[in-house]
Design a protein around this ligand. Structure first.
Ligand code: F6R
Length: 263
């Protein structure tokens, strides 16, 4: 694991976008795993800027998003389909039929999970998976006490997640109770993983992800067992981390420049 600590939310987004851009220069037809929520927004903004200023090319890219609320149509402004179209897809030259999200409107959600995993495999698997993290250390909607072997499946959202996501709705009652989400196994099969977090509300979840014991109560802790994980944080999200973590390189960046390393 490699941890990059930046001085702001914006800088976290820039570092993340640079990693995605590097992946696309090396492999223009990359398969990206993408997340919604407020965490990756500055990364999407920066990728759009790189597309406009440097011609970063998405024409051969394929994407798979993590999750979607159950019962929410793609044209509903609260849906993750809508979020991705508005914040990213519409603003770069990605082919719409290369963008995928699980379908939360189908009756048979189990079959939808199988279809989604099979489609990822048919596309060669995910090259780079971008992840946010919940305050309860969820990744995707894999809530505490998750089954590590699960693939894309239907999940009941945790009360903490409903509370956290209610900021995007008029009231907590409007937050859907279920979602369809990639499972931990789907995530762990990605070749590279990029975990992003910002703000003090995520500091404890980040600590659990990178240096607590690996256990289902802290779903993100499984990432310690993946061979290629980069964690990009702002200072607030890194505030509960110790200075040294066995086997982990920690890079501090100020204004985009590497300042200190420890491992
Ligand atoms: C979103 C997702 C979630 C979020 C997490 C953090 O697709 O899968 O795991 O990454 O809930 O959400 P934000 O970024 O809004 O704090």
């Amino acid at each position: 694991m490699r941890i990059i600590i930046t001085d702001s939310y914006r800088q976290m987004g820039r570092e993340a976008a640079n990693m995605v851009a590097g992946q696309l220069y090396l492999k223009p037809d990359s398969v990206l795993g993408l997340a919604t929520g407020s965490t990756p927004l500055p990364m999407y903004r920066r990728l759009i800027a790189l597309h406009r200023s440097l011609g970063l090319d998405f024409s051969e890219v394929t994407t798979f998003n993590f999750d979607e609320y159950v019962g929410m149509a793609p044209d509903n402004p609260q849906s993750y389909h809508y979020f991705m179209n508005e914040n990213f897809f519409r603003k770069v030259n990605i082919q719409p039929d290369h963008t995928h999200l699980p379908d939360g409107m189908v009756k048979d959600l189990e079959a939808e999970g199988h279809r989604y995993d099979a489609l990822i495999q048919q596309n060669g698997g995910i090259d780079l998976q971008v992840l946010g993290i919940g305050q309860n250390a969820h990744i995707g909607f894999n809530e505490p006490d998750v089954k590590f072997e699960a693939r894309t499946h239907c999940v009941a959202l945790d009360e903490e997640t409903i509370r956290a996501n209610s900021r995007f709705f008029e009231s907590p009652d409007e937050v859907p109770r279920d979602a369809i989400s990639m499972g931990i196994k789907t995530i762990m099969m990605a070749r590279r993983i990029l975990l992003l977090a910002n703000g003090t509300s995520k500091a404890e979840a980040v600590r659990k992800a990178v240096c607590s014991s690996v256990r289902p109560e802290a779903p993100a802790s499984i990432l310690q067992l993946h061979r290629d994980v980069t964690v990009i944080l702002d200072r607030a999200a890194a505030s509960h981390l110790p200075t040294h973590i066995e086997g982990t390189k920690i890079i501090h960046k100020n204004n985009g420049k590497n300042t200190t390393f420890s491992s």
